[in-house]
Each structure stands twice: as C-alpha cells, then as structure tokens.
Design a protein around this ligand. Structure first.
Ligand SMILES: C[S@@+](CC[C@H](N)C(=O)[O-])C[C@H]1O[C@@H](n2cnc3c(N)ncnc32)[C@H](O)[C@@H]1O
Ligand code: SF4
Ligand code: SF4
Ligand code: SF4
Length: 295
C-alpha cells in the first residue's frame, strides 16, 4: 500500500464532516469541475501556486524574488521563493506530498476529542477515492487505532476501488448532486452514470451511507430535481440520512485566488431556508430522514 500522498489541508476540530469532533484530511485531485466547488484548490492532482488577491498589497516582492519573473503558466518550478518573500501570505503553495506517518501523527493528536465527542477522521478533497492506495493505508491505520472514519466522496472512481475501500470505512458521506444526466454533465463536467451505479453498488456493500446534496440555484434547486433525488434516496437501501447542503459562495474568492474562471459562472444567491424546508419535505414525505446543513 502506498505510504505517500498529495494532501492540501488537514483541518482539526471540524464539525460539519460527520458526527462529533473530527479532523478532515483533504486529499488533492478531482476529475470533476463543479463550478460552485468551494475547494477549487483541490482539483489539480499536483501542488500549485495560489495568489489571494484580497490580501495582496501589490508590493511586487514576489516578482522580484522569482527567478522566472512569475511566468507561472510556463516555467514555475514551485521553488517557493515568491511565497517566502510575500509579506501577507497572499501567495502560497497549495498541496504537498505527505507520508502516512506524518498524517497519522497529526490525526492522533486529537484522538481524545474524537473519543469524547463520538467523532473521528473524515477523508475529503478533492476526490479522496482518486488516491485509493494512500486512502486505504490511512483507513487501515485509523482502524488499528480504533478511530471512527468517514469518506466524503462524489463516487468518482472505478467500482473495484469502491468495493475495496468500503470494508475499511465506518461512514460514507456520498454526494449525489443531480439525478438528471445532462444537467449533471453541464454543472460538473462529469456524466453521472458511473456515480449512480457506484451508489447502487455501495448500497449493497455498506449499511451506513449519508447522502449529501449541495442545493445549488441554477443547477439543481428545483422541486422536479429534488423529487428525482428523493426517489433515488428512498430506493437505495444503505442510505440512513439525507443532508441538503445550502450552496454558499466562498468559491468566488478562491477562484480569484487560483486565477481560474468557472465555466459560465455568475454568482447566484444561496437558497432561502423557506425553499430548503420545501425541498426537505419532499424527502420526508416519502419516508427519507432529511436534514438541512452539514453535520
Ligand atoms: C468539496 S467536496 C469534496 C468531496 C467530494 N469531491 C464531493 O464533491 O462530495 C465536499 C462537500 O462540499 C460540498 N460543496 C462543494 N462546494 C459547495 C458550495 N459552494 N456550497 C455548498 N456545498 C458545497 C460538496 O457537495 C461536498 O458535499
Ligand atoms: S514558486 Fe518559484 S518559480 Fe514559481 S512563481 Fe514562485 S518564485 Fe517563481
Ligand atoms: S509579495 Fe504578496 S503581497 Fe506582494 S505583490 Fe506578491 S502576492 Fe501581493
Ligand atoms: S466533485 Fe467535489 S471536489 Fe470535485 S469539483 Fe465537485 S465539489 Fe469540488
């Protein structure tokens, strides 16, 4: 099993990625390009330079320090000279190769919080199933330490990978973003056929799945779409709970940060609580336990 992987963040005291107090390990790399993704820095599988314009003083120190004169598109070697020269932290390298030992040392620091709160460790991203060997190593090591694990995934992997990982995981947070194939492709850049069949496969292998649905205006925030997703939820045996995650617009600041533009993205207003309650009722009316927000 691989003992090295590409990590872009380790977030301690996380309260929204499963039960209790958790540490969330964000693995870098995702084949999808959801335009609303609040972690755009997770998408490329390799380290990258970020430049957060909101805290940039335009002082030019990064330009002066860079042997390539900031020609990042073609010649950046990720040497880090610009990030060291930056006085505000506006310029950073995101993503670094970490060993399983390093990650575990960090996770074990909080094991008493996990035990006291009924929490544990969540692997997210990016798409954590894109680094299956590293993920397997970390899941096995957590199990050795009796740490509860969750995997936050959009099901973007071959079915064999999912089948191998499933027995090592205590809880799946599985995203199904849209039941309608064409709309899914337009919003995420990925066909949902493999995701739907992976969810069906997982429901035969695992009895503890929470389905998470980001409610994104202009993409899936309609009664028609929620009815279709509610039907899938009620017909999929392992789904214990559905969470409707209200869209939020933190991605807009980050898009500036990474210099990438989302496809055709305007910034919609987040859904109101009234609308979310109407959507939640659609699920509850057919017997699917449903909450609003992440846990
Ligand atoms: C960044 S994703 C990483 C895991 C996996 N790739 C996925 O999409 O499920 C983690 C969670 O954040 C949610 N999410 C992403 N962008 C969001 C946004 N702008 N508003 C609300 N939830 C968002 C996703 O739907 C998913 O449940
Ligand atoms: S990491 Fe190095 S090469 Fe890349 S932009 Fe910064 S200083 Fe230039
Ligand atoms: S060094 Fe930092 S603050 Fe100065 S121009 Fe570069 S990114 Fe902006
Ligand atoms: S699948 Fe998840 S990580 Fe990948 S782009 Fe979509 S929200 Fe972001």
């Amino acid at each position: 099993m691989t003992s090295q992987g590409m990590v872009f963040n380790l977030q301690r005291y996380s309260l929204h990625d499963g039960p209790g107090i958790r540490t969330t390990v964000f693995l870098k790399g995702c084949p999808a390009r959801c335009w609303w993704c609040h972690n755009p820095e997770s998408q490329l599988p390799m380290p990258e330079i970020s430049s957060f314009q909101k805290v940039c003083l335009s002082c030019g120190a990064c330009f002066d320090a860079c042997p390539e004169r900031l020609d990042t598109a073609t010649t950046c070697t990720l040497c880090g000279a610009c990030t060291e020269a930056c006085p505000t932290g506006a310029r950073q390298i995101v993503g670094r190769e970490m060993s399983a030992d390093e990650v575990m040392a960090s996770l074990l620091k909080d094991r008493f919080f996990y035990e006291d709160s009924g929490g544990g460790v969540t692997f997210s991203g990016g798409e954590p199933l894109c680094q299956p060997d590293f993920l397997k190593t970390l899941l096995s090591r957590c199990r050795d330490h009796e740490i509860h694990t969750a995997v936050d995934t959009a099901g973007l992997c071959p079915p064999e990978t999912l089948a191998e990982i499933a027995p090592l995981v205590d809880l799946f947070l599985f995203d199904l973003k849209c039941a309608e194939g064409k709309r899914h492709l337009q919003g995420t850049g990925i066909d949902n056929g493999g995701i739907v069949s992976n969810l069906a496969l997982l429901s035969r292998l695992h009895a503890n799945i929470w389905l998470r649905i980001p409610v994104v205006p202009g993409f899936n925030a309609s009664e028609e779409e929620m009815c279709a997703l509610a039907k899938v939820s009620s017909e999929t045996p392992g789904i214990r709970h559905v969470w409707l995650l209200p869209y939020h617009a933190t991605w807009t600041g980050k898009q500036a940060r990474f210099g990438t533009m989302a496809t055709g993205a305007t910034q919609p207003a987040p859904p109101t609580m009234e609308v979310l309650e109407v959507f939640a009722k659609i699920f509850r009316d057919i017997g699917v336990p449903t909450s609003i927000g992440g846990q």
